[in-house]
Design a binder for this molecule. Structure first.
Ligand SMILES: Nc1nc2c(ncn2[C@@H]2O[C@H](COP(=O)(O)OP(=O)(O)OP(=O)(O)O)[C@@H](O)[C@H]2O)c(=O)[nH]1
Length: 304
């Protein structure tokens, strides 16, 4: 069987990986059925017929249309052709309008009948990529409230700070700390405390609706809101509305000296980032405003 050309062709056609073989100039010399079928199903630039197609030119065309992966694929293929590396591996997205897809491209040399050829195979790795995306998104969220966690906040704040520095726009940070939450936990139990944190998280999501906004769980019963491109005139009423809405949830905290429903305190800082400053200064200011809000009676917004 191994001597039968027909048998080998059938075997290659039965493989789900898309396989093409090119020569040193990049001209396609062979394509298996999976490769041809994928091309025709997806109206890929290479189309159904492969005769006369130069694979490297196709990568160039993709790169010229702004596809960075085209340029990377070409560089990798050339590195194998020039024998700078024995193999090239490359993961790239190839999404269709209605589904996400990723492929792993492998390029290896194949010396045959004293001529050099190169095998390029594409394996569908979508399942693994989707699982990785899921893990990444779980790692970015707080397990209890399902809103971004501290790590995500730090990253977002860093990027938003830099964006606002570039545009010389104000950036606001509100640190929201629930008042006498320990009493709520002590009287109604830890589970009620958890339920309450979940409700607050849900409420906060409604205060972070723009791409330049983010709400996050900052610590135990502390939350944070970043409002990029937002001035004090906009952030202060927003913060006051947030306090009103927390109170309007009517979450019992009967032993709180402030009132029978749960309240919160907010430290608000607003800065237009200047040279030499970092977002640490914004956090420091919001923290000190929160401290003052707590010191001066809680259930209020303090803004410097
Ligand atoms: N149920 C629950 N409680 C939490 C969680 N994280 C922190 N806490 C509780 O939050 C309470 C915070 O207490 P404190 O730091 O004294 O603050 P506080 O009672 O809110 O008082 P002030 O902030 O000064 O108004 C503690 O009892 C923590 O156990 C959590 O994930 N779930």
């Amino acid at each position: 069987m191994e001597h039968s050309y027909e048998a080998l062709r059938l075997i290659l056609d039965s493989i789900t990986e898309h396989i093409v073989v090119i020569d040193e100039a990049g001209r396609i010399q062979y394509a298996n059925r999976s490769w041809s079928e994928f091309g025709s199903r997806n109206e890929c630039s290479l189309g159904t017929g492969w005769e006369g197609v130069n694979y490297i030119d196709e990568c160039d065309k993709a790169a010229a249309m702004g596809d960075d992966f085209g340029a990377q694929a070409k560089a990798g293929i050339l590195s194998v052709i020039n024998r700078e590396t024995p193999a090239f591996y490359f993961e790239y997205p190839c999404h269709s309008p209605d589904e996400k897809r990723w492929f792993m491209m492998r390029v290896t040399a194949l010396d045959m009948e004293s001529k050099a050829y190169f095998v390029i195979s594409h394996q569908n790795i979508t399942e693994r990529k989707l699982a990785e995306e899921e893990v990444r998104s779980i790692a970015r969220l707080d397990g209890l409230t399902d809103i971004p966690n501290r790590r995500t906040l730090d990253e977002f704040l860093h990027n938003e700070w830099r964006r606002c520095a570039r545009l010389q726009k104000p950036i606001s940070l509100a640190i929201v700390d629930l008042d006498h939450f320990k009493l709520l936990n002590d009287i109604y139990g830890h589970q009620s405390g958890d339920d309450c944190l979940v409700r607050i998280g849900r409420l906060l999501k409604g205060f972070a609706s723009r791409p330049s906004d983010l709400c996050a769980r900052y610590g135990g019963e502390e939350f944070a809101l970043v409002w990029g491109g937002t001035s004090r005139e906009q952030a202060e009423p927003l913060s006051n509305r947030l306090l009103d809405e927390i109170f309007a949830l009517n979450i019992n905290n009967s032993h709180s000296p402030i009132g029978k429903y749960l309240t919160a305190s907010i430290g608000l800082a607003v800065m237009v980032p200047q040279k030499g400053q970092t977002e640490i200064e914004l956090i420091r200011r919001a923290d000190s405003m929160l401290y003052r809000a707590k010191e001066s009676g809680r259930n209020r917004v303090n803004c410097e």
